[in-house]
Design a protein around this ligand. Structure first.
Ligand code: NAP
Length: 250
């Protein structure tokens, strides 16, 4: 279904990114897995290749523009082109009140969650051919504050505006951009949130969260041509129509 397409997935060493890389590859795309933990990305890429897919890995801290441009150059070198960017890398820390958060930790969060997303977009736009797709992995936190998450909420709110800015400047027949808020998903990020105990999300049980395969299915569907009428939008797992169209069970 996605044969001939080349995708970069950031934050692919675990969680939603790893599952999305597996799903894109299962649908025929060649996938470059990007994260700081390159060994973990290599392992997942090897597993994808064993299952008959195409995948490779590159270590990259998305908050460093030189590393980002190098990762994109390596992707085009490995697979010959770039069609899809899944901007998924993200951190929840620092979990601390506005009053108490460490200023450098706060700035580091914005560097990864917001500047890092922009760096990837800038490098991908330079590498896309006639068409490209960008999925920015957003959050409910982009639209509603949560106690202790001021950096995360501000970064994700900024990312939602980045999505709208791309949609405003670049016609959707050239680049289709989507924001996608996946709901709460059973990953290490949620384990960190649970351990913090700071707000109602931290009180949720593991079994209340979506499995990683759910966002992977929706994100991969958004990368396909048939989602193009939704381009430019900030979408959410609560959207029943989206869930149905992406093929999730009721
Ligand atoms: P996760 O399991 O903690 O995975 C986060 C990923 O981001 C890892 O692969 C990590 O890899 C990577 N990453 C972090 N900092 C990075 C950096 N500086 N450069 C490159 N990669 C970096 O979290 P997740 O739950 O899968 O989250 C994935 C995305 O979904 C995030 O953007 C998150 O905000 C969003 N989200 C998650 C939930 C949820 O409930 N889980 C809800 C809404 C939105 P390395 O550490 O190896 O770099």
């Amino acid at each position: 279904m996605m044969a001939g397409k080349v995708a970069i997935v950031t934050g692919a060493s675990k969680g939603i990114g790893a599952a999305t890389a597996r799903e894109l590859a299962a649908q025929g795309a060649a996938v470059m897995l990007v994260a700081r933990n390159v060994e973990a990305c290599e392992e997942i890429a090897a597993e994808i290749r064993t299952n008959g897919g195409q995948a490779s890995a590159v270590g990259c801290d998305v908050s460093d523009f030189a590393q980002v441009t190098s990762a994109v150059v390596k992707t085009v070198g490995a697979f010959g082109r770039l069609d899809i960017l899944v901007n998924n890398a993200g951190v929840i820390e620092p979990i601390a009140s506005v009053r108490d958060a460490d200023p450098q930790d706060w700035a580091d969060s914005i560097s990864i969650n917001l500047a890092g997303a922009y760096f990837m977009v800038k490098a991908a736009l330079a590498a896309f051919g006639d068409n490209g797709v960008i999925v920015n992995v957003s959050s409910g936190a982009a639209h509603a504050p949560r106690e202790g998450w001021s950096a995360y909420c501000a970064g994700k709110a900024g990312m939602a505006m980045l999505t709208r800015s791309i949609a405003l400047e670049i016609p959707s027949d050239k680049v289709r951009v989507y924001g996608y808020a996946p709901g709460t998903v059973d990953t290490e990020m949620q384990a960190v949130i649970r351990a913090s105990g700071v707000n109602p999300i931290s009180q949720m049980k593991r079994e209340d969260h979506w499995p990683v395969e759910t966002p992977a299915t929706v994100i991969t569907w958004l990368c396909r041509e048939e989602a193009s009428d939704l381009a430019g939008q900030e979408l959410n797992i609560n959207d029943e129509n989206l869930r149905r169209r992406a093929g999730l069970p009721k």
